[in-house]
Ligand binder design. Structure first.
Ligand code: IPE
Ligand code: IPE
Ligand code: MG
Length: 244
């Protein structure tokens, strides 16, 4: 028996699919710079890719998709780039609201909202409400998201619950219930594009036991076929969760 086949059998078979995939969509800037174009052109192409990957998820057997769009650290970039990205997020929500609703996508956001402009915050809340009844794909977009920031905010909420007497001895579930992702399953697989092999403050709590895939492909070049190949490899992995 081929080694890969034996491994596939021991891990539940090559048809093991990740239910929840999280993606660090990196490489937009380099994609544009390589072509002599402004970085924002790369971000616009990146947003087009999100649409394509979202549409492909149901066929790929993925029911939860979480994408990292803007980190708490990304405010360090030029005002032009930050404002351009915020405009792209607003347009994405405005233009996609209709089709996401019709396609059965439930859209939610994680990350701190206070620092985002009022119009964007209002669009985020309204599309969350509008798509709340959908379940074909649970799409979560991380905007102004940082894992440490999320944990600090969660600790604050948890402290209030303890002070009110709603929580006694604090356990893992109590903290998880205070995260932005409360009620979401943990990601089975985290993919990072662009060749960087770091997690950049993405889902440190939730991805504690996720499998990771790092691909050199820049995000604007990442197609549903690339994703399908990664999911096939995931099927060959043996997940142990500390067991034997
Ligand atoms: C990812 O692409 C998108 C965001 C972080 C907003 P980058 O903008 O980080 O692209 P590179 O890494 O500079 O190529
Ligand atoms: C991570 O990419 C954040 C997003 C993809 C939104 P970065 O490009 O900001 O990460 P670093 O700076 O390479 O760690
Ligand atoms: Mg980057």
């Amino acid at each position: 028996m081929a080694a890969e086949t034996a491994q596939a059998l021991s891990s539940g078979g090559a048809d093991q699919r990740p239910r929840h995939v999280a993606i660090i969509m990196d490489g937009n800037g380099r994609w544009a710079t390589e072509r002599g174009w402004p970085r924002l052109v790369g971000h616009r192409r990146g947003a087009e890719r999100v649409k394509q990957i979202v549409q492909a998820c149901p066929d790929l057997g993925v029911n939860w998709l979480t994408v990292y769009a803007f980190s708490t650290e990304n405010w360090k970039r030029s005002t032009e780039e930050v404002l351009g990205l915020m405009r792209i997020f607003r347009r994405y929500i405005e233009r996609e609201a209709e089709s996401l609703s019709a396609e059965g996508v439930r859209l939610r956001f994680i990350g701190g909202r206070d620092r985002l402009d009022a119009k964007l915050q209002q669009l985020m809340s309204s599309i969350e409400a509008r798509t709340a009844g959908n379940s074909l794909l649970n799409l979560t977009v991380a905007i102004n998201y940082g894992g440490r920031d999320e944990l600090a905010r969660a600790a604050g909420r948890l402290a209030q619950k303890v002070a009110r007497g709603e929580v006694g001895a604090v356990g893992e579930d109590d903290l998880a219930a205070c995260l932005d992702t409360a009620g979401h399953p943990d990601p089975d697989l985290v993919i990072r594009t662009s060749g960087e092999t770091r997690t950049s403050n993405f889902l440190p709590w939730q991805a504690a036991y996720s499998e990771y895939e790092f691909t050199p492909t820049l995000w604007p070049d990442f197609t549903p076929d690339h994703m399908a190949a990664i999911l096939d490899r995931f099927g060959l992995r043996e997940r142990r969760f500390g067991g034997v």
